[in-house]
Design a protein around this ligand. Structure first.
Ligand code: ZN
Length: 226
């Protein structure tokens, strides 16, 4: 869309910052600068700690990166909520691009990006998988293909937010199945999720991909839990 078309579009359907509800100007990103700068960045120490705690002993996930720290009742929660429940797809692409910036600084060799899938019943209810848009943003920015159809979620799991760590792990064990083994076999895969809380979901995706002969599995998320 060119600038003029965008202006006309904004006139009828103004873009609103999901963090502060301020109207965004045409040239602004889908999140205003103030809101964006208020989000806590996940530093190296935190990431290393997170990797060791969630994946370290398993050898399933080769490396892990997350851009932000998820804080309850803060801006990022509103942004992710808007992406998940209000069809703000552009936010997903935008967040994916932000995650990609961090991944570019690493020497990861990635052949394919795969979003963590949601169960088809949940998808039917919500209409989309928010992580597909994260994968799109990553793909665009890293210039690496993505596939939203390579893994399937075969277990319908209830919202994990109220579950304890062990319950979460059980809840997602064997939850995923690789649908296109040929597509992942021998490849270096990057799996993307919105928020990594215990890592159980990313880990299970990694296990399924490894079973199908993936060469290595990297994981990333927009945020890690506080
Ligand atoms: Zn804002």
């Amino acid at each position: 869309m060119n600038f003029k078309a965008k202006s006309i579009f904004d006139f009828f359907l103004p873009r609103i910052c999901p963090g502060c509800n301020k109207k965004l100007s045409v040239e602004e990103k889908p999140v205003c600068v103030d809101c964006l700068s208020s989000i806590l960045i996940a530093d190296e120490d935190r990431l290393e700690n997170e990797f060791n705690k969630n994946f370290g002993s398993t050898k399933v996930i080769k490396d892990f990166y997350s851009k932000f720290v998820f804080e309850t009742d803060k801006t990022l929660q509103q942004i992710i909520h808007a992406l998940k429940y209000k069809k703000q797809f552009k936010l997903g692409v935008f967040l994916g691009e932000l995650v990609a910036e961090g991944i570019k600084t690493k020497d990861w060799q990635i052949d394919l990006i795969i979003p963590v899938p949601i169960h088809h019943l949940k998808k039917a209810e919500r209409g989309y998988n928010q992580s597909d848009y994260l994968a799109q943003g990553l793909s665009k920015s890293l210039n690496i293909p993505y596939s939203g159809k390579s893994i399937k979620r075969i277990k319908y799991t209830d919202s994990q937010t109220k579950l304890k760590m062990k319950e979460r792990a059980l809840n997602v064990s064997n939850a995923f199945k690789v649908r296109q083994p040929k597509k992942v076999s021998g490849k270096n895969i990057l799996v993307v999720d919105d928020v990594c809380t215990t890592g159980a979901t990313l880990l299970e995706c990694g296990i399924a991909l490894n079973k199908s002969g993936a060469s290595s599995v990297y994981a990333c998320s927009v945020a890690i839990a506080e």
